[in-house]
Design a protein around this ligand. Structure first.
Ligand code: PLP
Length: 398
């Protein structure tokens, strides 16, 4: 019997598959270093864990409102006001099972068959699949490494058709670590106004910015941008809460209502205990989050320094998130390696190091390394990558 064409048209998440492979090898006793994971290696802060235990002991273990408990939505409203200068009400907020479900719900709420969504390349793996799953068409917009992989307006203009419905903005960016400035965001907002597009602003890494770099929400620029933007954010990355599965979105009441209707028939509310834990995360002490942020910054610097010593690779300095996108084009050409997948397979076979092939993000001349791993692993892992490349040199000489 036939299976769903839509489902068969979906690619599995390569990042999750490779992370799972690293886990299997580790379980077999192989000394694997993984630069694959998109999650903090720290445990969730204790105050958050305690809040979850308390919630369970108090019997807060029942269904809640589909869009989330009132206290959490109010805490999210406050967070948007304090951190981003955004003026939402509870009715503009929905809490979902991770940023991922927020994004699914957004596309389900705004797309009709054949609607096009502009996605700057390189992109986070799930955007195209989530668009396709909701009958839309992902339209990739090329960027250049020299521009820190930020949106190129010439390419953007060329990609517009009468079917274009929305544009995805992800800052701080996965996989590049780039952060858009206010001026750049203003240009995107003007572009969206000119063509009457929704802006889907994925701000998942907003708390992870380094040096003088600060996150600005595109929705905060002016009233028009506010009205056409759906902001997606969550607890996963900032509070080391990837497994709890809590994300939230904010936007116009009509859109949030549709997202709520969709969620009411799919997953209903987010796990009630995780919601109480999230309430503590947003309203309790923020010290540990800052400690984690500083540690990521320290690792980022070490990672860049070690990469500087490896010949034939380059990168742009990541300003946020916890990834570094490494250009391996010279190596691919020099050693006739077919692309980033073959490079990563060889690296895993020979040196037990997991890296994510850039092809997963639409850029085959790159690999993505996550620095959400211990300093020891960073040092050993980059040493192994360096050896791997040196040995490629030796094997071509002989
Ligand atoms: N957006 C980006 C850019 C991400 O990197 C991720 C996770 O890797 C998500 C959204 C989804 O996060 P979650 O569903 O874990 O909250």
């Amino acid at each position: 019997m036939n299976l769903s064409k839509k489902a068969m048209n979906m690619e599995p998440s390569m990042t999750l598959a490779l992370t799972a492979k690293a886990g299997e090898l580790k379980a077999q006793g192989v000394d694997v270093i993984s630069f694959g994971v998109g999650e903090p290696d720290f445990n969730t802060p204790q105050n958050i864990i305690d809040a979850a235990i308390l919630a369970m002991n108090q019997g807060k273990t029942k269904y809640t409102a589909v869009s989330g408990i009132t206290e959490l939505k109010e805490a999210i409203v406050k967070k948007f006001y304090n951190d981003n200068g955004l003026n939402y009400k509870s009715e503009n907020i929905i809490v979902s099972t991770g940023g991922k479900q927020c994004l699914f719900n957004v596309f389900a709420a705004i797309l009709n068959v054949g609607d096009e969504v502009l996605i700057p390349k390189p992109y986070w793996v799930s955007y195209p699949e989530l668009v396709k799953l909701n009958d839309g068409i992902p339209v990739f917009v090329e960027t250049n490494e020299e521009d820190d992989f930020k949106i190129n307006f010439k390419n953007l203009e060329k990609s517009i058709t009468n079917k274009t419905k929305a544009i995805v903005v992800n800052s701080p960016n996965n996989p590049t670590g780039s952060i858009y400035s206010k001026k750049e965001l203003m240009e995107i907002a003007d572009f969206a106004k000119k063509y009457d597009l929704y802006i889907i602003s994925d701000e998942m890494y907003e708390k992870l910015t380094y040096g003088d770099n600060r996150h600005i929400s595109i929705a905060s620029l002016n009233e028009d941008a506010f009205n056409r933007t759906i902001v997606v954010n969550g607890l996963s990355k900032a509070y080391a809460m990837t497994g709890w599965r809590v994300g939230y979105a904010a936007g116009k009441k009509e859109i949030i209502k549709l997202m709520n209707n969709i969620q009411s028939h799919t997953t209903s509310n987010v796990n009630s205990i995780a919601q109480y834990a999230s309430l503590e995360a947003l309203t309790g002490q923020q010290e540990e989050m800052k400690i984690m942020q500083n540690e990521f910054d320290r690792r980022r610097k070490v990672m860049m320094k070690l990469l500087d010593d490896i010949s034939d690779v380059s990168y742009i300095e990541p300003k946020g998130a916890f990834y570094i996108l490494v250009n391996i084009e010279k190596i691919l050409k020099k050693f006739k390696i077919s692309g980033s997948s073959e490079f990563c397979e060889k690296l895993l076979d020979r040196e037990n190091v997991v890296a994510i092939p850039g092809i997963a993000f639409g850029e085959d001349n790159y690999i993505r390394l996550s620095y959400a791993t211990s300093m020891d692993s960073i040092e050993t892992g980059l040493n192994r990558i360096s050896n791997f490349i040196k040995n490629l040199n030796i094997s071509t000489i002989y």
